[in-house]
Ligand binder design. Structure first.
Ligand code: GDP
Length: 530
């Protein structure tokens, strides 16, 4: 097979969306796409804040909100009305927690966000990993209320909390989420310091500054740069400092700043960005459609001869008629149908492509393209960043599974398929049981988890060490190390500089994260970094 070229008309259409090349163009007529993962400890207010963003940016109506308020009051949980916009699944509503990674579309002035609301429960960390692995940026939600921030941000060290009984023991999820995001390549964050309406006293500047300092130090220790992190005081429940000043619902405690008057209380000491402004301040991500194709499958289904695959285009470009190979199995197939996915709040089904969707009214020469969906040449195609459903012909669905990767058949354009590889890992700070040669772990990468053994410890070092230690016997918390990993089956991998999603992973043991890892040609000491 020859190396595919993007047809010139399509290439020029793509280039017309100038921000898709990562330009910092904030002219009003083009929006860049960003995947935003929402992270934070359980009950920090992630779903409520997501619902508030949807309401405040007119993705849901006041009327719908009032309906939710009524029915949530009926079941005695009035404060869940906003969260319901984020957690649409019925079982989630009943439990009041977010189980799976839900996707929503949110439009700000500069960006078209796919919002991934990741679950905060410890049991759901694998889902959070798959969400984070596909994110360009993150919103970390921390609750500012007394005790709640402390619980969510606990470092698991001593203090009667039983911190030593597991690898991350009684740690709050906030820290684990930060380390995982860094390991999985999310480089920019907005930190929403939430529930300030219910702080003691409400909208307390000292409380905000205290939390800011603590979280910022931790982010910096985890490898984040200060300039890539913005802190915003908010209340998702009341809407204060989310977007518009006229928006404020009752909530929080009565008194200064609670139950109304929050904006006024906040304005006394804060004149920084609203949450929406902070989101608009992200740096656009590059849609890497000119790189070799990688579609990571999340779902395979078949009805008779119709094989249908769902997945995410990690990079490259695919269209109807293309011949692709599915790895690790190596079978070839022809792409018979391509539909770009919609988030669950656009269109009838997440995967129904409707060219005349209201948000993307049909373009005329006088209305410049607002997003990829407006470009007729791009129908029947999907490109880097898209969630996609594809009909395939000439392939046996029984041989395919989630985690398989579609790519172009040309040998020079394929990722590697391996059972054993070398990688650089950063061991979590608080590790109850050290890692030794032969330690068994579960390797999580995009949507898969595979049993693995650390079959060789090549070298290790601690921050500040002059030289790495060769062939160490153990790896303990906080070390970086080069290791050899042997998996129970072959998987598709690639150097992270070639494809982030296939080159970054997380190692877990007994339900706790023990390390984040990176596949890197040059095993650069100490740097889990681009
Ligand atoms: P999640 O688990 O992080 O998604 O948290 P939820 O959005 O489900 O919120 C957990 C609880 O905190 C619910 O009872 C919310 O009503 C409440 N909550 C969320 N945001 C705020 C806020 O800004 N202020 C106050 N006072 N309560 C909030």
């Amino acid at each position: 097979p020859t190396i595919p070229q993007i047809p010139p008309n399509i290439l020029s259409a793509l280039r017309s969306l100038s921000v898709n090349h990562g330009n910092n163009d904030d002219s009003d007529n083009v929006r860049s796409h960003l995947s935003l993962v929402i992270l934070g400890h359980v009950d920090a207010g992630k779903s409520t804040l997501t619902g508030r963003l949807l309401l405040s940016l007119n993705h849901v109506t006041r009327r719908q909100y009032q309906k939710h308020q009524k029915s949530s009051a009926q079941i005695g949980k009035p404060s869940f009305a906003l969260a319901w916009f984020a957690d649409e699944d019925e079982t989630e509503r009943e439990r009041g927690v977010t189980i799976d990674v839900a996707t929503k579309r949110v439009r700000t002035r500069r960006f078209d966000f796919t919002v991934l609301d990741a679950p905060g429960h410890r049991d759901f960390v694998p889902n959070m990993i798959s969400g984070t692995a596909s994110a360009d940026c993150g919103m970390l939600v921390v609750a500012a209320t007394t005790g709640e921030f402390e619980a969510g941000f606990a470092d698991g060290k001593g203090g009667g909390g039983g911190g030593g009984d597991g690898d991350l023991g009684s740690c709050g999820q906030t820290r684990e989420h930060v380390v995982l995001s860094r390991g999985l390549g999310v480089t920019q964050f907005v930190v929403a310091v939430n529930k300030l309406d219910a702080a003691e006293p409400p909208w307390c500047q000292n409380r905000f500054e205290h939390i800011r300092t603590k979280v910022l130090n931790f982010l910096k220790d985890s490898g984040y740069r200060e300039r890539n992190v913005t802190f915003v005081p908010v209340s998702g429940l009341t809407g204060v400092n989310v977007n518009r000043e006229e928006e404020e619902d009752g909530g929080g405690r009565e008194g200064e700043g609670g139950g109304g008057g929050g904006w006024k209380a906040l304005r006394k000491w804060y004149n920084g960005p609203t949450l929406v402004e902070a989101l608009d301040g992200f740096t656009p991500a590059k849609r890497e459609f000119e790189k070799p194709l990688r579609v990571i499958l999340t779902d395979v289904s078949a009805e008779g001869k119709n094989v249908s695959l769902r997945g995410r285009v990690a990079q490259g470009f695919v269209r109807v008629g293309d011949i692709v190979v599915v790895l690790p199995v190596g079978d070839e197939a022809t792409v018979a149908r391509v539909e770009r996915g919609k988030a669950s709040n656009e269109g009838a089904s997440p995967y129904s492509y409707s060219p005349a969707a209201p948000a993307t009214a049909s373009p005329s020469p006088s209305t410049p393209a607002r997003s990829v969906d407006d470009i007729p040449e791009l129908q029947n195609c999907a490109l880097a960043g898209d969630i996609v459903e594809m009909g395939m012909s000439g392939i046996d669905p029984a041989r395919l599974s989630p985690g398989c990767v579609l790519c172009h058949p040309h040998p020079s354009l394929r990722p590697k398929v391996k059972r054993k590889f070398e990688a650089r890992v950063l061991v979590m700070e608080r590790l109850a049981v050290p890692i030794i040669r032969g330690s068994q772990v579960l390797l999580h990468m995009h949507s898969i988890d595979v049993p693995a053994v650390l079959s060789r410890l090549v070298s290790s070092e601690r921050r500040g060490d002059a030289n790495p230690r060769q062939n160490p016997r153990v790896l303990s918390g906080g070390m970086t190390a080069a290791v050899e990993i042997t998996l129970s089956e072959r998987v598709v991998i690639e150097e992270s500089s070639e494809c982030k999603a296939l080159g970054r992973f997380v190692l877990r043991r007994g339900g706790d994260t023990v390390a984040v890892g990176l596949i890197d040609k040059y095993l650069v000491a100490r740097k889990i970094d681009e």
